[in-house]
Design a protein around this ligand. Structure first.
Ligand SMILES: [Fe+2]
Length: 442
């Protein structure tokens, strides 16, 4: 039936003189030529009251975002007349914890709105509503494992989507180039996550191409971090590190690669980033704290925390701070495995110096169910670095301090957090939960 209609149109067009056909074509092109969107849309710096929508087009055009309460009722808009290929529009005066459908375009054309294209603003600061966080590390490799880990999360969260997405660094292999983000990151997560999930990333050594100068990585051009305290933490004013209050959890993203002008890194235990970290942790009033960054203080996977200087220094100089401020979870990547320690305190030496009777500080109501009173517990250190890359094992694996490790299968973590309980699962690329634990605060 469709073919018949098509051929009738074809024959009727054949009767029109060429000159008129050309005019017709030009008119047609005028009304239908939509600049091709080649990246995004993706959401950045989403707070209780604002969101940044970004996308990239092949040709330079104006920018427009329309938004509203349903895909059929996009009755508000923001726009910019400047012709650009990198589009970035701030939508402000939004209400907290509210879903706004949106779509993007230029002054003449808009992409179709869909059910999956929406902004869910962050909860009102201090809100006790439960939140779900997806933590993903070392993923942008273009591997089969990357797709399988993503698909397992899509399936696991289909009836309860994540509210926020944290990245543990090494987001695009192998040099963090824009072109690598374009091939191995954006297309993989665009449809299900980039256009509707609130992303709070951290960079890794590959995003810095093995260097330490924050002026270089495309990471800082591609992403906008909430560095002005938009989400309640101490303003950092530096896109390398920042914090976010999301429901009852204080999320702190730090940068294990950044070298400050005086040559200092956070693992030196001094310098601007370290000072900000201490100030931020000291100011936190929320019951839960998760600090995340790339290079872990403990690992025996593809990296060795006994011998690699950055990891040794992180453990010696920064772990005491995590313990002092009763951080609940420290999460990293870098090692392409999964490793979870017991709640620890005071274990700053190499793996062989671990002494369970001295370093484990925990109370449990059942295996892997921790109960924390006013005195606090130790810090649980997690390596969650197999979201795309996978495998590796150094002498001494698994860590003596580890309660569960897995270097055979890739995966990522889902954390469900209420005011008094945190539940975490490590979901493998096979769709199975391989590790789970909970912390209850009295
Ligand atoms: Fe790494």
């Amino acid at each position: 039936m469709g073919n018949i209609v098509h051929s009738k149109t074809y024959f009727s067009l054949m009767k029109i003189p060429n000159k008129f056909l050309s005019i017709l074509f030009l008119l047609f092109a005028q009304f239908t030529l939509v600049a091709q969107v080649i990246r995004g849309p993706y959401l950045q710096s989403v707070s209780p009251s604002q969101a940044i929508v970004r996308w990239r087009t092949e040709q330079a055009t104006e920018s427009k975002v329309v938004f509203g309460d349903s895909p059929n009722k996009l009755n508000k808009s923001v726009e910019s007349a400047q012709k650009v290929t990198e589009h970035e529009l701030l939508i402000s005066n939004l209400k907290p914890n509210k879903k706004y459908y949106y779509t993007i375009g230029d002054s003449k054309n808009l992409e179709p709105a869909t059910e999956k294209r929406f902004i869910l603003t962050a909860p009102k600061l201090g809100s006790t509503q439960p939140v779900r966080i997806w933590a993903l590390g070392d993923f942008g490799s273009g591997s089969k494992n990357q797709l399988e880990v993503k698909n397992a999360i899509i399936n696991y969260t289909k009836n309860h989507r994540p509210d926020a997405w944290i990245w543990l660094g090494d987001n695009a292999y192998s040099k963090g180039l824009d072109e690598e983000y374009q091939r191995k990151v954006f297309p993989i997560y665009q449809e299900d996550f980039f256009q509707n999930l609130n992303l709070y990333p951290a960079p890794g050594n590959h995003d810095y191409a093995g260097k330490h100068d924050p002026a270089e990585p495309p990471y800082f051009k591609i992403f906008n971090m909430p560095v002005q305290g938009e989400l309640g933490g101490v303003p950092s004013g530096n896109e390398s590190y920042y914090s976010v209050n999301y429901g009852q959890v204080h999320l702190v993203s730090i940068d294990s690669e950044l070298m400050e002008p005086k040559g200092l890194q956070v693992m030196d235990g001094k310098g601007a980033q370290f000072e900000w970290l201490e100030k931020d942790l000291a100011s936190n009033k929320l019951p839960w704290t998760i600090v995340y960054f790339h290079k872990p203080p403990y690992s025996k996977g593809s990296h060795d925390s006994d011998t690699e200087k950055d990891m040794v220094k992180m453990r010696e100089n920064v772990n005491p701070l995590f313990e002092k401020y009763k951080v609940d979870i420290v999460m990293a990547g870098h090692s392409h495995v999964y490793e979870r320690t017991h709640p620890l305190r005071g274990h700053y030496g190499i793996n062989n110096t671990f002494d369970a009777s001295k370093h484990i500080v925990e109370k449990t109501s059942a295996p892997n169910e921790y109960v924390v009173g006013k005195e606090g517990q130790g810090v649980i250190y997690i390596v969650n670095g197999s979201g795309g890359q996978l495998g590796g094992q150094r002498e001494g694996y698994p860590l003596k301090s580890s309660i569960y490790s897995n270097n055979k299968i890739g995966g990522s973590m889902i954390l469900d957090i209420t005011k008094s309980k945190l539940e975490a699962v490590w979901l493998g690329s096979d769709g199975e939960i391989h590790d789970r634990f909970s912390i209850t605060k009295k």
